[in-house]
Design a binder for this molecule. Structure first.
Ligand code: SAM
Length: 212
């Protein structure tokens, strides 16, 4: 997702108390940042942030961090958060590539990836957020029994993502090729902006939950 460049977006994000300004100083300090011992769950590629804010509202005893690389997109999330003022949500504008410099070993309880960019060219495969190189980064920060949940409507990306699991030492706990018609996996499902858009067009939604 890339919105028109919004002038001053970066400064407006930095001014918000819901933004983490210096993520590289946060490693090992997330309990301090939230002021409690609650688990920390992150969404990588949070876009306009609706999913993570709805999740945070439904689970006040869990802390959430939304990570997004584009200021103009993240600004939308920050503006919504400034209206909703959820105390258990923070946002970081950064590239997910540096994630293990921001979260310490086992500091994260769960990772969400929703409608990640497909990077269709083979030579860009390792840029996909579900590639083995990203799974290795997530492995560094996720609790031993932590899990990663991924949703997409892109069949090629989903097939690729399933293939990457073994290479990186992960296994699928649950998989569906039609989330919205899967009674068990759809229970309590919180829709993302992209999920709403693509499911309205009739696209089935694929989801896996994986562990190491
Ligand atoms: N998760 C949202 C949803 O489901 O509605 C947004 C999906 S959008 C297709 C993917 C988002 O991931 C974009 O906003 C993009 O900027 C962000 N993104 C892609 N690669 C990223 C990376 N390496 N680090 C941080 N954000 C990334």
């Amino acid at each position: 997702m890339r919105l028109r460049n919004i002038k001053g977006a970066r400064e407006r994000i930095a001014d918000s108390s819901f933004t983490i300004d210096e993520p590289l100083n946060c490693k090992g300090k997330w309990k301090e940042i939230f002021g409690n011992d609650n688990p920390v769950r992150i969404e990588v590629g949070t876009g306009k942030g609706r999913f993570i804010m709805d999740l945070a509202e439904a689970n006040p005893d869990v802390n959430y961090v939304g990570i997004e690389k584009y200021s103009s997109v993240l600004l939308r999330a920050i503006q919504k958060q400034e209206e909703r003022e959820l105390t258990n949500v923070r946002f970081i504008r950064m590239e997910a590539e540096i994630i293990s410099e921001v979260f310490d070993k086992e500091e994260v309880d769960r990772i969400y990836l929703n409608f990640s960019d497909p990077w269709p060219k083979e030579r860009h495969a390792q840029r996909r957020l579900t590639s083995s190189s990203f799974l290795r980064r997530y492995d560094e920060i996720l609790k031993k029994d932590g899990q990663l949940e991924f949703k997409t409507d892109n069949k090629d990306l989903f097939d690729f993502s399933l293939m990457e699991l073994n290479t990186a030492g992960w296994h699928a706990e649950a998989v569906t090729f039609d989330l919205h018609n899967d009674r068990v996996m759809n229970e309590g499902n919180i829709m993302t902006e992209y999920e709403e858009r693509f499911s309205a067009k009739g696209n089935p939604i694929f989801k896996y939950i994986i562990k190491r």
